[in-house]
Design a protein around this ligand. Structure first.
Ligand code: OGA
Ligand code: MN
Length: 235
């Protein structure tokens, strides 16, 4: 367990990158139900610096709303909460990519959660793609956020797939060598996001803090958020 947590920490220890601020002008409309009351159509969950960029990264950036049911979210929380509650949120490691978090890893699940993991693996990874053993669980406090970073290429492969529990949030991708190129992803509670290939290697990703949490000009209140993240191994 200690070794695995060490690997998770190495994934996060990396130079930070500060992007330019960005807002898109896409209009909201009916679609996915969210816990902030915001509604966006499925094809409006990704906005970006240009329509051309959104098109170019289509297939490498995916958000699937309602990927898990309320019951499945409850089952995941029931399995994860007792272990998480024993830890304290970490706020003061200035060199960490994450602020206000606690984390754990999980290799074994009960039947309902294992069903969710099977579904996630089936949609995010090609068959036979070797996965990083345990699933990474990250609990962000309401005041917590994830700074821009790129996951370690030494420990993680081409695909990162994450479930969002408890809160809607905004994930921002900014191109490492061209900060004018950015995408914002609206991640509703109980959705799954998948980052692949260039979106994973060439763009930093971050989860915005509550007071910067905007998508298409609309406030997305950030509450405590738990993510359950699967990664594959580098080839
Ligand atoms: C990470 C990360 C995103 C999330 O842990 O490296 O980027 O959804 N997490 O929590
Ligand atoms: Mn990451």
């Amino acid at each position: 367990m200690r070794l695995l947590i060490t690997v998770a920490r190495r994934i996060h220890k990396r130079p930070l990158y500060t992007p330019t601020s960005c807002l898109s002008s896409a209009a909201s409309c009916s679609g996915a139900a969210t816990n902030s009351g915001l509604q966006f159509r499925d094809d409006q969950l990704v906005s970006g610096s240009t329509g051309e960029l959104v098109q170019r990264l289509r297939g490498q950036v995916e958000v699937r709303t309602e990927f898990i049911s309320e019951e499945e979210e409850g089952a995941l929380m029931k399995e994860l909460e007792p272990g998480l509650r024993k830890k304290r949120y970490e706020f003061d490691h200035w060199d960490d990519a994450i602020h206000g978090y606690r984390e754990t890893e999980r290799a074994q699940w009960g039947a309902v959660c294992e069903g969710v993991m099977d579904r996630l693996r089936a949609v995010a990874f090609s068959e036979g793609s070797p996965l990083l053993g345990p699933v990474h669980v990250l609990d962000l406090d309401k005041a917590g956020y994830i700074k821009p970073h790129i996951d370690s290429v030494k420990f993680c492969g081409s695909t990162i797939a994450g479930l969002s529990l408890l809160s809607d949030s905004v994930m921002r991708l900014v191109r490492k060598d061209e900060p004018a190129e950015w995408l914002n992803l609206f991640l509703p509670r109980r959705s799954l996001y998948i980052l692949r290939d260039q979106a994973r290697y060439k763009f930093t990703h971050e989860i915005l803090k509550d007071d910067e949490s905007l998508f298409s000009g609309q406030r997305v209140p950030r509450h405590r958020r738990i993510s359950v993240i699967c990664r594959n191994l580098p080839v």
